[in-house]
Design a protein around this ligand. Sequence first.
Ligand code: IMP
Length: 501
Amino acid sequence: MAYYYPEPSRTFSEYLLVPGYTPEGCVPANVSLKTPLVKYKKGQEECPISLNIPMVSAIMQSVSDDTMAIALAKEGGMSFIYGSQSVEEEAAMVSRVKNYKAGFVVSDSNVTPESTLADVLALVQERGHNTIAVTDDASPNGKLLGIVTSRDYRVSRMNPTDKVKDFMTSRDKLITAGEKTTLKEANDIIWDHKLNALPIVDKSGRLMYFVFRKDYSAHKENPLELLDSNKRYMVGAGINTRDYEERVPALVEAGADVLCIDSSEGYSCWQAKTLQFIREKYGDKVKVGAGNVVDRDGFLFLAKAGADFVKVGIGGGSICITREQKGIGRGQATAVIEVAKARDEYFKETGIYVPICSDGGIVHDYHMTLALAMGADFLMMGRYFARFDESPTTKLNINGTYVKEYWGEGSNRARNWQRYDLGGKSSLAFEEGVDSYVTYAGSLHDNVAKSLYKVKSTMCNCGFITIPDMQANAKMTVVSSTSIVEGGYHDVMLRSTGSKG
Ligand code: IMP
């Protein structure tokens, strides 16, 4: 006879935290959200890679490219670059993150000396930037011949056909700096010479970057940024259980800090084989997470197979239709609670702490706090990040509302059938995800700050200033369906449709 769980599986919205005593000093400013990303001997050694905020972005085409990775690493979290692209393309995205120099901007507005004022004005309009590089071939890394800024032309007194070479500030009048210049040195030059932009050029006179005066304060504003020992941003990358022999070496070579096997269901011999390949080739040097699982057995299997962290969640993602298509899954809260127990049990037995990641199904900011309190060490989110400027998808205006596109890896659009692969004929693949829109929400920086301030405030209400303390001592209650009604506004008429605060 089949096994029946005695309790129904539950979602985050069915729980609330019960506040605890808040002592003096238990205020959001004192809360640390630092959390381990990979396994370690807790109590005996430092975790080799910790996140400064408990957020990672989903391994999805519509979420995690190099732009997202840089923006999230700046805040202290990590992106996992999507694996549903060629090995070369994925490795190139990883290297772009690793080679990114904060404050050094590749010029996106470029003309040649033969271009016209009209070309310049069109570029300013299109890109919104006033500093235009003049290079021999109008490429961002061409030979630098001059720059054009709004100080170089007066639209009312000039002809649109006037040539750039006749009004640009030419190279001999420009102050530039060499390719070895550090950000601090570049900023000093900018201040000393009262510049707005400093071109960085290589030995042969090719333009490499601009450093802008207006960015100066921005680079001092990220105390939590996630950096490796060479002060480069950290980045993760998705792999699959098919082409790992080729993909893993390429990603390691490109500098990926952590890998993660991306699969909708990870309690399988294929994940164990992939982990075995990595351990045999690289020992413990290459860090790799595995998943997804939703119970104790799945967690223990992957932990014993060598996973550095284990991802939890089947069927809870916002774009996910796995439960409808296949009838597998488990309420995300129940899955996290059970796997967290298994992790603690495994730690007691072996002394090794294998962090767990709650993946999918976070809708409200308070779900983040609940997931952490239930034992998740960090959270993977797709929908949340897809809404921001930094996600790779198109922003559209639909009936007066700005939205961004967001599609599942198992949708016809992504066609990432490997993620759902059980070795059968690919012609029989079926969709496990949808193609959708999410409401555009602005910049990652502003949204993450707001969400995490809420998380910290809740933690303080409950008397905690660290995640481990909350995990060990939180008090939680299941709520009845009627008390969920009580939790929203009720028995009043709204004056406007704004936020309910
Ligand atoms: P969200 O944060 O609720 O949007 O969920 C994101 C998570 O959904 C991802 O990290 C994946 O684990 C999962 N996911 C991504 N694409 C699909 C899909 O097409 N079908 C089912 N699950 C998906």
